[in-house]
Design a protein around this ligand. Sequence first.
Ligand SMILES: [Zn+2]
Length: 301
Amino acid sequence: MSFSSKVKEELATVIPTGRHCQLAELAAIIRLCAKVEYRANGEARMELQTENELIIRKYFTLLRKAFIINTDVSKVLQAIRLYPDSGSEPDPKGTVSSLLIRNTCCKRAYLRGVFICIGSMSDPKKNYHLEFVCSCEEQADQLLEIMNSFHLEGKSIVRKKNHIVYVKEGSGIADLLNIIGAHHSLMDLENLRIEKEVRNSVNRQVNCETANIGKTVTAASRQIEDIILIKERYGFGNLPDNLREMAEIRLEYPESSLKELGGILNPPVGKSGVNHRLRKLSELADKLKEQFRFKKEEEDG
Ligand SMILES: [Zn+2]
């Protein structure tokens, strides 16, 4: 299964508890995947136009949660503000009423629905690319606006007749997965990213000396993994000076022994001092992993 399908599988199981969020996600699905017809007598007809089982399943789950069974279609459309109302201008094609996505939680839910319907991402083993295929400019603009509110740097281009909103940075994609609640996929992505960075960082330094890597690098790889995790989830800026300097030097000299690292520090520190600081960093990394797991479990329910 592709990485993208795995993300969607996961998102299909994320059901928001607040009715406001349920409506926001439902609005995304109806806006993007349903054909709605209004009759002169005030009746409405709606048809989901997708063969994607995940979308269909999600649609019915949300409907069941947000409404009593057998709700009239026009009630659903009224609730998501898609029913013609003489009092206000209809929202442009493909967008949803800003009233539905006022709350941050609802923005997240809406983005989740949008990703299931028109989103996809490439295999992070190959490259970092996540995109939404929007059918019109207004829709792309609204999506970008919502993404901006989360400080996600989305960009857009026109491809054929579609407006593509995309994110290219690994960190931006990770943030987006986090925002829409794809936590397992996020973990997979983060692990791949860390592996990649460790590999690059080690390769950069060791190059042709592969024969000499040996045990030092295995231990170093673990330390480097921890340090990169700290960099991503905590930030070097939040570390005390001695630990920050240690972290930076470990990243810069992945093949060096503890004694050598100690000599590079300013002022120099003995092997046990280096060991002590690296242990502190690993403890912090463990704590961050723990917090991340805890947060995930909390959000999962
Ligand atoms: Zn909400």
